[in-house]
Design a protein around this ligand. Structure first.
Ligand code: 1CP
Length: 342
């Protein structure tokens, strides 16, 4: 069985003996071996070096029985490829080197030659694949155009998206110009990731909840749909629309195979309301990994019991792992899933 067939089987809503598990942003500062590398190299050096990116990708897999390698990279490689670099801030967080705050700066964004600019990514994907073989899923990802535009116009951690929303409401043609460029770059990125052997792609609409429901389509979903339509039919796409799971029918309408759900939603009833060709990923509160083993065991068991008999669920957190997560709690999470299955 190829890794792609294995992934597709695991998300099918039919009886299997497996609950696949990985966690969002599973690499990172909660691991001492990541912090050690971070003392020698900057974040962007690690992202741009296929060897280091492969090493960081494999770090969580060496410790825990996770079913997927999520390639170590960032959604912000797209703004960088468009001409707006980013950097990791001392003390955490991300900053763009400058802000997109004028039509001139949007005009200057260059969506050509994405393959050349991001050549380090397929190199890291191929290296990672040869290390993990066909038994594990290899996941690629990218930001939704809306979420990328949010970082590009806010310059770092998101506040209120005032500039981007004003652009959308007051200057729709300029908004469209920005979104067209980002969308085109993300399509090139995803085609390149598919070519390099990923089994599925996850689209992060982390800034979705800044959109009023009545404008979610025009602000974000329209662009996500355009991306999915440009990819090979039936290629599995996971969408994480943080805070926007209530837009269930609209999210299903994008053509995604899996909806990644944050912790605010009751997962079993959400699953039951989905059509048969769409499954779910989620949705533990990431903060439980910063608590005690008992809490991790209790909350994971609660989720697994709720989802019992509901096949095709990928067990995951409802958002990225926190730097305060305790590695021993990740182990308890994995053990609890294995014990539940047996
Ligand atoms: O193991 C993995 O999953 C690694 C791959 C990965 C992914 C899927 C990283 C590495 N980043 C991401 C996605 C990502 N990056 C998102 C979407 C998911 C989400 O909502 O969390 C976003 C919004 C970013 C942007 C970003 N990169 C932030 C958030 C900035 C903010 O303040 O809003 C941060 C802190 C980063 C840095 C980053 N990227 C990845 C890691 C492991 C880290 C932390 C690095 C460190 O602490 O040293």
């Amino acid at each position: 069985m190829t890794s792609r067939e294995r992934f597709l089987a695991s998300i099918r809503r039919e009886p299997t003996d497996q609950t696949p598990v990985w966690v969002m942003r599973q690499a990172g500062r909660y691991l001492p071996e990541y912090r050690a590398l971070k003392e020698q190299y900057s974040f962007t050096e690690m992202v741009k070096s296929p060897e280091l990116a492969t090493e960081v990708t494999l770090q969580p897999l060496k410790r825990f029985p996770l079913d997927a390698a999520i390639i170590f990279s960032d959604i912000l490689i797209i703004p960088e490829a468009l001409g707006q670099p980013y950097h990791f801030r001392e003390g955490g967080g991300i900053g763009m080197d400058f802000i997109i705050d004028s039509v001139d700066k949007i005009n200057a964004l260059d969506a050509s030659d994405i393959e050349e600019k991001l050549a380090y990514l397929p190199a890291a994907l191929r290296m990672t694949r040869s290390a993990i073989g066909e038994d594990k899923t290899l996941l690629g990802f990218g930001g939704s155009p809306w979420t990328l535009a949010a970082y590009m116009t806010e310059g770092g951690s998101l506040k209120d998206l005032a500039a981007l929303k004003t652009l959308y409401y007051s200057e729709p043609a300029t908004f469209e110009l920005l979104m067209e460029k980002i969308t085109s770059a993300v399509i090139d990125l995803f085609k390149m990731e598919i070519e390099a052997g990923v089994d599925a792609l996850q689209i992060f609409d982390s800034a979705g909840a800044f959109c009023p429901s009545s404008h979610y389509e025009g602000m974000s979903l329209k662009w996500i749909k355009r991306i999915i339509d440009a990819l090979p039919a039936d290629f599995p796409i996971i969408i994480f629309a943080k805070g926007m799971a209530h837009q269930r029918d609209a999210l299903v309408g994008t053509g995604a195979s899996v909806l990644s759900i944050d912790w605010t939603i009751d997962l079993p009833s959400y699953y039951d309301a989905l059509p048969d060709n769409v499954s779910v990923q989620g949705n533990l509160d990431p903060l439980i990994l910063s608590s005690t083993p008992d809490v991790v065991r209790r909350e994971t068991t609660r989720l697994l019991q709720g989802m019992q008999g509901r096949h095709g669920h990928i067990l995951n957190l409802g958002h990225g792992i926190l730097p305060s997560a305790k590695p021993e709690n990740m182990q308890v999470l994995c053990d609890t899933i294995a014990e539940f299955a047996s």
